[in-house]
Design a protein around this ligand. Structure first.
Ligand SMILES: [Zn+2]
Length: 253
């Protein structure tokens, strides 16, 4: 690590849980973030600032006026631009040492699988079940941990799925066939800081997984009620009959 990097990341390096070894792990890591809206913006900005060496941003949307209330990686001058490109420019401004790849198109299962297989951690920051299931299956196939976040109205949730552990559930163990349909901010609304809280927690979990400290939220679903600021935690068991992970052979840990 160069002198300016030691200074830049000094507040993390001084944490015994991170130290030089953990910071080097951040610098050497690759995180794929699917969706750079309300959740993906703060998650990507924190990961870039913290020194994650390589970030891939996947989003086929363009920046709209109604996004600016909560999607902090985009500015008024980005209206009409690709979200992936807009967020990539923001990240390069925060930390020019980070390698940022913007994928500004809809990716199919094969391309998603390719992107995910080169990642150390994947962040699901999307808002629809079809994409969430596709990301989950790609992560299962590649054996890459998935940090899932969701926020709507005054509610947020975070969970980590890590198929490298035989006890870990997957996203589909939790949501099966996506009963109830998509809950989107466009239909239900969301208060701006709620997405920031959840997105920042996704970045936190990603850094813990990369540096290998603490207890990631594997097999646990954390639920936030922002109106009372109460958190609830639910245990998430693995579903042996899960259509996505139930048939996957997992070697004993
Ligand atoms: Zn499953």
């Amino acid at each position: 690590m160069k002198d300016d990097q030691l200074l830049r990341y000094s507040r993390q390096i001084m944490l015994p849980q991170v130290d030089i070894v953990g910071q080097q792990a951040f610098l050497d890591s690759h995180v794929v973030i699917v969706g750079v809206g309300g959740l993906g913006s703060p998650a990507a900005m924190y990961l870039a600032a913290a020194g994650v060496g390589s970030l891939t941003l996947v989003d086929d949307d363009v920046v709209e006026l109604s996004n600016l209330q909560r999607q902090l990686a985009h500015a008024e001058s980005d209206l009409g631009k690709s979200k992936a490109e807009s967020a990539a420019a923001t990240l390069r401004g925060i930390n020019s040492e980070v390698e940022v790849q913007a994928v500004n198109r809809r990716v199919g299962a094969a391309e998603l699988g390719q992107l995910v297989s080169s990642a150390d951690v994947v962040l699901d920051a999307t808002d629809n079940f079809d994409t969430r299931f596709a990301i989950n299956r790609a992560c299962l196939a590649a054996g890459v941990p998935l940090v899932s976040g969701a926020a709507i109205r005054l509610e947020g949730q975070v969970a980590v799925f890590d198929s490298r552990l035989s006890t870990s559930p997957c996203y589909e163990c939790l949501y099966k066939g996506g009963e109830g349909g998509d809950l989107t901010c466009a239909d239900n609304g969301v208060l701006a800081p709620v997405v920031g809280i959840v997105g920042a927690m996704q970045a936190l979990e990603a850094l813990k997984l990369i540096a290998g400290f603490g207890e990631p939220l594997i097999g646990r679903l954390l639920l936030l009620d922002a109106s009372t600021l109460q958190w609830r935690e639910m245990k998430l068991p693995r579903d042996p009959n899960c259509a996505a992970c139930g048939t996957i052979e997992v070697s004993p840990a």
